[in-house]
Design a protein around this ligand. Structure first.
Ligand SMILES: Cc1cc2nc3c(=O)[nH]c(=O)nc-3n(C[C@H](O)[C@H](O)[C@H](O)COP(=O)(O)OP(=O)(O)OC[C@H]3O[C@@H](n4cnc5c(N)ncnc54)[C@H](O)[C@@H]3O)c2cc1C
Length: 410
């Protein structure tokens, strides 16, 4: 199917003819539509042929131009054309008499102070909005990072949507509230500086499916060892998902691991598991991912709310991720409704709601993670549990949210 991008292509003539016979309004953007993109806004000009065609079509149909440029600026570029209306500032101009003013002047002052005088970064003051151009910057990615950081510090700044790359094209999706639920490696949370990989521990997970594993029950298993842990999750058809988690100092170590053979190697060395794996077959490739832990310093930003792993990830050890993701999604949805109803940023109240709901479990998970990363503590806990099982049972009940499950079932 053809997209809107090629509506003016010759093969679309029948579609355009259909429109032309109807009561049609033609609305054009300027930069990138009527005029080719140029290194600076001042250099972007309509080609003479485009101007002639636009003038002709404007005589037959009501035509408007809606541009992101200031009204005075865009008007200069199209003043020879008999257009019906011209709108500037993405439709904000001509502005209503009661339109708010003043904030952009403050922002301009701050940005001029915050943005280092970098070649290729240009701030355009359009009275009602500001545009920061960085097309001509020598390192565009670095320029975008610098700009994003500076913009985040502006009083009253907010997220107004996301840019999505699809089929080789970028599309801007505008939204009054964006919920980022794009997982541990959230582009939105990490890109906005809200989340980062934890400095310690740097753990990687290696997982694969196995058939023929003996002694499977309906329970998931977690085998904590001095150098990491091994999770075994029974699935339908007597298949098990086996996951080995190891602390590795950095990504280079992780790349040097022979992922394909590492699970087999670990379980065959393990005194408790080797018997059970003696006739087991690995029936999938090994998937590896890490570092696992992601720390989040806020649950969002005005216009942006985080949910699921995008809002932070402690460790898969206690198997909480799905509950945090589902309940965190509900809390983000409630926060989004609050933000839509009031217009006030709900990221702080979302953070409070998440803390209230999850704080106790986060603490327990962090404690367990610390315990599991200390070989001495693991050895001590193992010998203690042989003589005194009650604390271990309590810990397992807490880690497995048994009371929540019982409450849901009752
Ligand atoms: C090894 C391991 C074992 C685990 N075991 C358990 C367990 O036993 N029990 C449990 O409850 N939890 C477990 N978890 C955690 C659980 O898997 C996650 O917490 C849960 O899946 C989080 O859900 P999510 O929707 O936030 O993220 P994800 O499940 O990661 O989903 C994010 C989605 O966003 C998509 N996405 C990412 N970027 C973009 C983008 N730019 N544009 C569009 N889409 C994008 C991804 O493709 C993905 O589909 C485990 C995790 C790991 C790593």
């Amino acid at each position: 199917m053809s997209g809107p991008a090629d509506i003016l292509a010759p093969r679309q003539r029948p579609v355009l003819a259909g429109f032309a016979l109807s009561n049609v309004l033609l609305a054009f953007d300027y930069d990138g539509t009527l005029a080719p993109i140029a290194p600076t806004p001042a250099e972007a000009r309509m080609r003479p042929t485009t101007a002639r065609l636009l003038a002709r079509v404007s005589q037959r149909y009501p035509c408007v131009v809606i541009s992101g440029r200031a009204l005075a600026d865009i008007t200069q570029h199209v003043q020879e054309i008999p257009l019906w209306y011209v709108f500037g500032n993405h439709g904000f101009e001509p502005a209503r008499p009661d339109a708010p003013t003043g904030r952009t002047a403050d922002w301009l002052r701050t940005l001029r102070e915050e943005l280092p005088a970098q070649p290729g970064i240009l701030i355009e003051d359009k009275t009602h909005t500001l545009t920061i151009h960085y097309r001509a910057a020598p390192d565009r990615e670095q320029a975008a990072d610098i700009i994003e950081r500076a913009v985040q510090s502006l009083d009253g700044a907010r997220i107004i949507g996301v840019r999505v790359a699809a089929s080789g094209e970028d599309h801007d999706l505008h939204a009054r509230v964006v919920i980022a639920a794009d997982g541990r490696h959230s582009k939105l949370a990490i890109g906005m500086g809200l989340a980062e990989y934890a400095r310690r521990p740097k753990r990687w997970a290696f997982g694969a499916y196995f058939a023929g594993l003996q002694g499977l029950t309906t329970h998931g298993e977690m085998h904590v060892r001095p150098d990491g842990y091994i999770g075994v999750a029974p699935l339908a058809g007597e298949i098990a998902n086996v996951c080995v988690v190891r602390e590795l100092k950095n990504v280079f170590r992780a790349q040097r691991m022979n992922a394909e053979s590492m699970i087999g190697h670990v379980v065959r060395q393990d005194p408790v598991l080797r018997e059970r794996f003696s006739s087991a077959r690995q029936i999938s490739e090994v998937t590896s991912l890490g570092p696992l832990a992601v720390e989040c310093r806020a649950a969002g930003y005005p216009g942006l709310l985080l949910a699921g792993d995008a809002a932070g990830f402690v460790d898969p050890m206690t198997g909480d991720g799905l509950r945090f993701a589902l309940r965190g999604g509900e809390l983000a949805a409630e926060a989004a409704l609050r933000e839509l109803a009031t217009g006030a940023a709900a990221c702080v109240s979302l953070e409070a709601a998440r803390a209230k709901e999850f704080r106790a479990k986060w603490r327990l998970n962090r404690g367990l993670r610390a315990l599991a990363s200390s070989p001495r503590s693991v050895a001590f806990a193992a010998s203690l549990s042989k003589q005194w099982q009650a604390p271990v049972r309590t810990l397992v009940r807490l880690a497995g949210d048994v009371s929540l499950v019982q409450h849901a079932a009752s």
